[in-house]
Ligand binder design. Structure first.
Ligand code: GDP
Length: 300
């Protein structure tokens, strides 16, 4: 079994490829961006992983369900209720089921398993913890939840720091620890190192388990830019260089192999870890399958 640590966007793209090679996957997913909106719990990264692995994700945005409509969202606005997030009608059905199960007392791990089964996903999809953790961005204009920073303010505010509120009380779930103990290796997908992967690493029990495992990281930074999203600004705020080497620095305690893009092949070589190069931009499933084949070789 292979463990994959995931946020949204880059890693769900990669998982579309990996699932073509094996069903023995446990995806440990960031929950620090979760929020309650209009009465329902939204888990943006869990939803993207489920939708990508079920083949229903909207590939033009890498969130939400393809061909979704926004009738309820528009109707709420007509009635003077401004939802802070664009939520599609099909997507909302997922959130309703999750929230009802949570209100009945099921854990987030159980509700996620129930949801992924309804979507026919074979892989295990595991929230990093049960406790609530919130990514808070400290800006010159005060602190705000990551979703407010990214959606309302479009990531434009100057960032001073990022903190994970509540993480000191968060413990990796039993399922996460079992998966990490049993797996033959861990892939950290090309997700935002600060807002997607650091929360997972900060949960009690995860970091120490990675030290004895083979850990392969796919860089979300190509040259000195991410493919999408605010990773550059957030890495700078945390004091990391915006480059594949800056990504490696985040993971240096347990990193074995860093996969950089072909365009960064000048970095290939042996440091305290190995750097290898391969085309890492996934324009479609074929690219993701090729990248997954390349990565899996290091776990054999
Ligand atoms: P956010 O969008 O920054 O909040 O974070 P996510 O964890 O959702 O993932 C976004 C990351 O995925 C960004 O840092 C991108 O650079 C990376 N990404 C998206 N698509 C690709 C891709 O095709 N290849 C690679 N290597 N990285 C990607």
């Amino acid at each position: 079994m292979i463990c994959v640590l995931s946020g949204g966007t880059g890693t769900p793209k990669f998982l579309q490829g990996l699932k073509e090679l094996t069903e023995e996957i446990a995806v440990i997913v960031n929950t620090a961006e979760d929020v309650w909106v209009s009465g329902n719990k939204i888990c943006p990264d869990i939803d993207s992983v489920i939708y990508a692995m079920a083949g229903v994700i909207d590939e033009s945005k890498w969130w939400g369900i393809k061909n979704d409509t926004f009738i309820t969202h528009s109707r709420l606005r007509e009635l003077g209720f401004d939802e802070s997030m664009m939520i599609g009608d099909l997507d909302r059905a997922t959130h309703i089921i999750r929230s009802e199960l949570l209100r009945k007392g099921y854990s987030l791990t159980e509700t996620t398993r129930s949801l992924k089964n309804r979507f026919g996903v074979k892989a295990e999809i595991l929230p990093m913890c049960e406790e609530e953790v919130a990514t808070i961005v400290l800006t010159k204009d005060g602190e705000m939840h990551f979703q407010e920073f990214w959606i309302k303010h479009k990531g434009e505010k100057e960032v001073l720091d990022v903190v994970f509120r509540g993480v000191e009380k968060a413990k990796a779930t039993k399922d996460v620890l079992n998966a990490l103990d049993k797996c033959k290796g861990v892939v950290i997908g090309p997700s935002n190192p600060i807002t997607s992967i650091l929360p997972i690493l900060s949960v009690k029990g995860v970091r120490e388990r990675l030290i004895d495992k083979k850990v392969i990281v796919i860089s979300p930074i190509l040259g000195n830019k991410p493919v999408s999203g605010p990773a550059a600004k957030l890495m700078k705020a945390k004091g990391y260089e915006v480059s594949p080497l800056g990504v490696a620095e985040v993971y240096k305690d347990f990193l074995n192999v860093l996969v950089v893009d072909e365009g960064d092949k000048g970095l290939v070589g042996f440091y305290e870890y190995e750097i290898v190069a391969f085309p890492t931009i996934m324009k479609g499933k074929d690219d993701a399958v090729k990248l997954a084949e390349f990565v899996v070789e290091f776990l054999i």
